[in-house]
Design a protein. Structure first.
Lengths: 257, 257, 257, 257
């Protein structure tokens, strides 16, 4: 068979299994989304439609890949956590990364008209992805805390920046200069003092990002001791809650199991 | 700053550079495309629209990533070759893989209506991807020969199979049974003898797959000795030509340079 | 400088950092030690001199590399555990592996005359090594339990086998046949019934292998709260104790810290 | 069986195959050899005994591992080249690295008394190792050229430095200062003008390092067309020749085959 003569090239495909019993996090970012959001007229500092579309795309990932038990998103970025002991694709790195990435990308383009009914998609946006392994619970929690702390910091900055530009009539350059070196409290004060905005009253989605988990399923106790629900079945819900403190994790022990 | 306390989690992001001066091939495959093509009524054995859409999506990759100098596609699969000495994303594996994959996925969904104007996309399709390294020219050529030989084999089988089913009124099971153990010549004979089809007259796209390269650019010789064109600029063209014999490569020495 | 023209070849040296905060285990095995022990007349089933030499070589590793906090050895094999948060050689895999391996090899040859004063070393023995990562405490404990359970199994088999050969006058082939399919209790019975040997009275070194840890150092409390001793300083001691049950680990909490 | 309960820990041993058809180079360096050579009174700038011992240890590697077809050494460093298509240990990185490293280390200690009959080995020396892959012939040749150019540069510097110290009565600090910023020609001039030494007449071993290859074997032509000798059998010889120019490689085409 003609094929066999060339088939040796398969031997160059090397294995890429991820370490067992280790938490797998896959983080995606929009590629060149600065330009993309400009071209498509995203509202600043937060575009409800754009954030909703990201959430929808991430939900698509979780619906298709049930071993993804948690997702966290802000802006054009999303992070996905797989169950510690997942055997999805035999833990092959490129299969896991590419499935999550391709599903999210496809959903983003597919659902665009649902979220931007009046804005035609000018060209297809894309994302990149990386996988990071975390050996312990604390590191996983700190990873998501890191992303949510980043959301806080970015959103406070952006909200103040755009208030200065949109309501304060500053040029972007002047607004940047004004904010340079300021700490949190000063930004809160600018927002409140000059623009009457109480930052803490802004929508939680903007301040906390999006947290996707599944609603626990009430299993009918057929056997005396049904196995505990493991977080991989049931409906995905989008929350905007704190993931830095203990409460979120204590209420959902299956996430880190 | 709240952020710094958690930022240590970045140290778990390990480097993933690919070996320098080695050919990088990235191969993508449709995920669950058997079901996808059923749901969307793809014609068998070859759907001109579906093949055209794949070509269009691959062209999108080459337009955006200029260091991709060659692509070969068949069915729901595409392979991309990067220049041997590319420094794209510092040769980081996950960045290269995810960019190619995400761009192709996004283009596939985005351009769907152009190729399937009368078929609504029911749900977003996705792909997976892997990267394979080849150290030498011969291996790269054999890689593409392997894929094109595969195209030949699959297409001959599928063409005969569907002729038996569609024109010969066999059930799929019976058609499979009939073809089991047959060699090439026997399939040619079935096609010709029973269905009057000369396999070699079928469209080259079906028999040879799609080959995407760029048209050489005629540089205006501003300097006495302009550097030779390197395959990374200019218009992408879709060919259906043999890549197993020497001619294709000898005419395009820049592909392996 | 002539050198710079060729120095680009350094760019092919790729980074190989091991995942942070993960337990690093390095296991070494003798290469072709069946032949080596034959040539040098090692006693069967256990050669006190050979075991002592392995222990001495492993001690050399721990003396030189203080972040190795635990070692376990049996026969011609040794496993080394590094502190979870070690930054030795920036956690570069090949540096860690090669340092442990080369130190052990060198000590084995260097100390040969101390343990085999009447046997000239005929040729230099060698070892191979691999590194395995474990994300959690349980897995590390199970790793060492796995090696010690292996010691138990091998030693019971070997002790019975050599009793049959040396005292029972069986050929090796006949002894193998006799033991084939027997469980633990049957081997104990053979030893006790035929040869009057109570297996549990054999030296613990044979039944449990060697466990190397450091003796805790009593720090003089110069400051009010001296940092707790971390297992990396002080004298190495060789124990032959159980590492499967909890006691060993509970008494040495610094090993997994 | 007690063992099976823990045996799952083997699943954490991940595969580490090296890319096929790629040149494997393994480079070893002495660990802390500055101190080691001081303690053992090595002569400066070159100690004939020490260099001979390194050569002997490298020969041990080539004798045991026949797929190592070339070695190059200078000072306390040695590089080994494996045949491009070697299948030694299924190309597993840690097996190849650790075999070469352990064999060299063991030979170094074992043969010490042959080369230093009047100097007792005070403590066991050790080495570290790394593996580097090269995809093409040119890169392999440039790798060895890089090492030999390094030998030239280091030896010229060291020879001049020690002449200034040993014969010129400079302190090491003063000698360093005197050489700082000098080019090759100036060092040649210092050696010749002040010490009457014509650098080019120094032993080739010092100026070119050691090159280990095997002597071609004259096969008795049993069959009409015996396969060409492939460099893996026959006696190892130690040369001190140029490996930068073409001649060395043209005379030994099997090295890069």
């Amino acid at each position: 068979m003609a094929n066999s003569k060339f088939a040796y090239v398969r031997s160059f495909e090397l294995p890429d299994p991820l370490l067992p019993s280790t938490y797998i996090v896959c983080r995606l970012d929009g590629r060149s989304f600065h330009k993309f959001t400009d071209v498509h007229g995203f509202l600043k500092p937060n575009d409800e439609r754009g954030l909703g579309l990201m959430d929808r795309a991430a939900e698509g990932v979780m619906t298709e890949l049930r071993d993804v038990v948690l997702a966290f998103g802000e802006s054009d970025e999303f992070s996905f956590l797989l169950k510690k002991h997942t055997t999805l694709y035999n833990r092959r790195e490129s299969k896991i990364l590419s499935s999550i990435l391709s599903i999210l990308t496809a959903h983003y383009v597919f659902h665009w008209p649902d979220f931007f009914p009046e804005t035609k998609l000018q060209y297809p946006p894309s994302f990149d992805a990386r996988i990071v392994l975390y050996p312990g619970e604390q590191e996983v929690r700190d990873y998501f805390a890191w992303r949510q702390a980043d959301t806080h910091i970015n959103n406070l900055y952006n909200t103040t920046f755009w208030a200065l530009v949109q309501q304060g009539d500053l040029t972007p350059t002047a607004a940047h200069a004004e904010l340079s070196g300021t700490v949190s409290a000063q930004k809160h004060e600018i927002l409140h003092g000059r623009f009457g905005v109480n930052y803490n009253n802004l929508p939680e989605r903007y301040r906390k990002g999006s947290v996707l988990v599944r609603k626990p399923v009430n299993k009918r106790p057929r056997s005396r001791q049904p196995p505990p629900w493991d977080g991989t079945s049931g409906e995905v819900e989008v929350l905007h809650v704190d993931v830095i403190a203990d409460e979120f994790w204590e209420q959902r022990p299956w996430l880190l199991r």
